[in-house]
Design a protein around this ligand. Sequence first.
Ligand SMILES: *Cc1c(COP(=O)(O)O)cnc(C)c1O
Length: 417
Amino acid sequence: MARPGKNRGKGTNEWRPRTQMVHAGIERSQFGETSEALFLTSGYVYDAPEQAEARFKGENPGYIYSRFGNPTVSMFEQRMCALEGAEAAWATATGMAAVNAALMCQLKSGDRVVAARALFGSNRYILDEILPRFGIKVTLVEGTDLGHWSRALKQRAQIAFLETPSNPRLEIVDLAAVAEIAHKAGAQVIVDNVFATPVLQRPLEFGADVVVYSATKHLDGQGRVLGGVVLGSKEFCDTKVMPFIRHTGPSLSPFNAWVLLKGLETLDLRVRAASDTAATVADFLAEQPGVTRVLYPGRTDHPQHALAMDQMEAGGTLISFDVADGKDAAFDLLRRLNLIVISNNLGDSKSLITHPATTTHQRLAVEERAHLGIGDGLLRLSIGLEDGEDLKEDLGQALGGRKPKRRAALQGRKRGR
Ligand SMILES: *Cc1c(COP(=O)(O)O)cnc(C)c1O
């Protein structure tokens, strides 16, 4: 397979993450541009027929067709490898294409997948509806219960699949423990790391084998484009992911790759700022009379707070909370918000809020939603880059309380968190 060498001539592995986000993977053209070039091309020309022949034989480095290789897309893949500490990566058109490719590139009829039950809605759809149609057995477990993983992995399985923090209740799965159990059973661990981002959590360091992202979320971070990426060993990416993407075509557009490269430059700054704000908003929500429960991994009352702090550098940019009186109260709150907008997306510079029971998880049966703790009063809030005081004021007034006085709000900031 002809893709140009990845040697950028500089010691990219030695840079710290924030530097990698700006510089890793850059492949400058003969014009020496500072900003990454956008190679909006589907094909490539050859100097001679012999060169085309050699390139198809894999004997001449260079691009062949943008379904499976484009310089702008490669720059995004290489930058993601540097951030994740992965050997190789393949970019995809969406996060779901990344999840689907990571699974379908290797599974066959008769195989078995063990997955945590609490997942992004479309991840559940692939596991519940698509894989079984191809004779692939799926066993769902409580992701937070290591006993469940052990029992389910007593029988042979090919893949263990999980999200941590999970959507929408922000449960934390013990990455190192699940990796150990899964590896004993001969299973590869695939982690959907969207909620934590590579800034706050790098699953490969805890023993995971493959990491997938929806780049649509924090990696873009400004709500502009869809994208995804699969990261893992060079062997897995070359022999499994590449042929699957090359021949089935869920490829990332070079334009979107370019937008994502620009998004990555500010990823560290954005995620840390939003996570700091989320911590203060979570504490504010916990004090509100109409709020019965706040789920935020950075708070000490989160059921897996200690584990979260072992695996993650901070609590993250998402908060889930329950309001008393169910759907009516939740909808009232959503209607009254002036600043925070109603949207099922997340990881945007704008704060977004959604009611999972009627949106992202409405497909699930009532009993399954109850099992997952997705009640009618549950709301999921994705914190953006606004001033946290404005977010608190908006939530405070929408919850029917009086507006927090500016002075009180400022004192809150001085207390830290
Ligand atoms: C959004 C999301 C996806 C799917 O990504 P798309 O880019 O929307 O296809 C998968 N997993 C998680 C956890 C997500 O939040």
